[in-house]
Design a binder for this molecule. Structure first.
Ligand code: IFM
Length: 398
């Protein structure tokens, strides 16, 4: 085993998102489609009521940061209306995180929109961006200077693929043109939200999801072609746009990419295989309940790709869905070592708790803390103590 010193300013913690842990986000577009096209989330982890205990538990493990998101659907349940009580609870969450000596890292948009926003045409309409900015301003005014690390939009590049190209997430659109339109609007929303949230001393970032695509068979030209296509649409387009700070002319041009640091979410590589029925599919790996192919070297590739943006990189998500906690510890060791060696500024494991994993419900367990979906009992796994001890000792053996 080798030893690695964790730089003293390197942030180690865990990540969550509002919809996946809070429960009963009844004004969200996602909630609207549950039961019909999506699994029910119900009370999720009931973080909305239990956050104080969860934050205390995270801190007791030794973690130094907790990433949360603010549910737009809760603080703006209908158009033009703000729910101050809901916002007060987020203010309290941030105070609790700080009070326990951890760094709060706050995301404004994590996949979910208020239903009223989606009914107005959602992200494909440029004129709707203003609603998000009203929300960003309200949140920024309410949280004031309590938050240093902000993240405007989670996985901007993957979200548009899931919601507007593959039709897996609401509003279930399968249209390439809509996907690009939504991406442009979200990137513009990021830039404007940056202006709204930016204050002296804070850091405002944007999150991208990078998953290097590889051909399932090195001997198949068609697999190579599919992998190249996926690398462009998912990985290279966003890296290039942010590195150049502008959109290509075919998307209308214009500056994009206002950010102080970049959040990088990396989980696995994508092995792409031709399938005559669906065109392409991803090869599944049984080691991961999500089926993703684990390869820590992919994180190095992702960091090097995103380095072109010339901004500090924080690993804002990295995780494995498994019941084999030894495998989770190995996963964390391997990826955290790469993150440190490649000069990232932080590493947030996904996720603090087993939670609602979108279109597959509660069947993927990413948590370092087990959360029983029936009883909501929390039980830290060995991986939680492992990550906490690295964070507090400043030393990683790998
Ligand atoms: O659960 C999600 C999270 O919401 C966004 N990034 C990927 C995670 C695992 O699928």
């Amino acid at each position: 085993m080798r030893r690695l010193r964790v730089p003293s300013d390197f942030i180690i913690g865990a990540a969550t998102s509002a919809y996946q842990v809070e429960g009963n986000n009844v004004n969200a577009d996602w909630w609207h489609y549950e039961g019909e096209r999506l699994p029910r989330s119900g009370a999720a982890c009931d973080f909305w009521n239990r956050y104080r205990d969860d934050i205390a538990l995270a801190a007791s493990l030794g973690l130094k940061a907790l990433r949360i998101s603010i549910a737009w659907d809760r603080v703006m349940p209908s158009e033009g209306k703000f729910d101050d009580e809901a916002m007060d609870r987020y203010v309290d969450m941030v105070k609790e995180i700080r009070g326990h000596g951890m760094e709060p890292i706050v995301t404004l948009h994590h996949f979910v929109n208020p239903m009223w926003f989606t009914s107005k045409g959602g992200w494909v309409k440029g004129e709707n961006v203003k609603y998000f900015l009203d929300f960003a301003k309200y949140v920024s005014d309410s949280l004031g200077g309590r938050v240093k690390y902000w993240l405007t939009i989670n996985e901007v590049n993957l979200y548009v693929i899931l919601a507007y190209l593959l039709g897996v997430f609401p509003p279930f659109v399968m249209n390439m043109e809509y996907m690009w339109r939504a991406l442009v609007n979200l990137l513009r929303a990021n830039d404007s939200a940056y202006e709204v949230v930016k204050r002296e001393g804070n850091q405002v970032g944007l999150i991208v999801h990078i998953s290097p695509a590889k051909p399932a068979s090195r001997f198949s030209l068609i697999d190579w072609g599919l992998a190249m296509g996926m690398n462009y649409v998912l990985n290279r387009f966003i890296a290039n746009a942010l590195a150049k700070g502008k959109l290509p002319d075919w998307l209308g041009g214009g500056e994009v990419g206002r950010l102080d640091y970049i959040g990088l979410n990396y989980y696995a590589v994508a092995k792409v295989k031709f399938n005559p029925l669906t065109m392409g599919e991803l090869v599944a790996n049984k080691q991961n309940q999500r089926g993703w192919v684990i390869d820590p070297k992919g994180l190095r590739w992702a960091i090097r790709l995103i380095r072109r943006v010339r901004k500090p990189i924080m690993i804002t998500e990295n995780g494995i869905a498994t019941d084999d906690d030894e495998a989770r510890i190995k996963y964390i060791r391997d990826h955290l070592a790469i993150a440190i060696k490649e000069g990232a500024i932080g590493y947030l494991y996904w996720s603090l708790l087993d939670n609602y994993e979108w279109e597959i419900g509660y069947s993927a367990r990413f948590g370092i803390i087990e959360c029983d979906p029936a009883t909501l009992t929390r039980r830290p796994r060995a991986s939680a103590y492992f990550l906490g001890s690295v964070a507090s000792s400043g030393e990683l053996t790998y």
